[in-house]
Design a protein around this ligand. Structure first.
Ligand code: FES
Length: 110
């Protein structure tokens, strides 16, 4: 299932996407971070809410950490590990994906 064009994600930033398949709806966040592409489910491990209040605003003010807008958890972009906030030690759910012809495609069930 195609998520988005990799070119739509600025380097060292992230973009969100919502995918629907019948009754299922899932949110994802695609990161380009230090030359690496990473896909996480857009779901905080603390309470399960999407990370971004403002669409596509996933990073904190420093630009160094992914931020959960709901209660302020901070996550390492490259590992998804929560290093501050109510879910320290939990990790974002990392997804398998492929990139073909510049399109990031989910390589696991929705
Ligand atoms: S839901 Fe993310 S820190 Fe609470």
């Amino acid at each position: 299932m195609a998520l988005m064009a990799l070119a739509d994600v600025p380097e060292d930033d992230a973009r969100g996407v919502t995918i629907r398949d019948g009754a299922k709806m899932r949110k994802f966040v695609v990161l380009r971070w230090k030359g690496e592409t990473i896909v996480y489910r857009n779901r905080c491990p603390h309470a399960g809410t999407p990370l971004d209040w403002i669409p596509d605003r996933f990073f904190d003010r420093s630009g160094a950490f992914i931020f959960c807008a709901t209660h302020g958890a901070s996550f390492e972009p490259d590992t998804g590990l929560c290093i501050d906030g109510p879910c320290v030690g939990d990790v974002l759910d990392r997804c398998k994906f492929t990139v073909d012809d510049g399109i990031v495609t989910l390589a696991e069930p929705l």
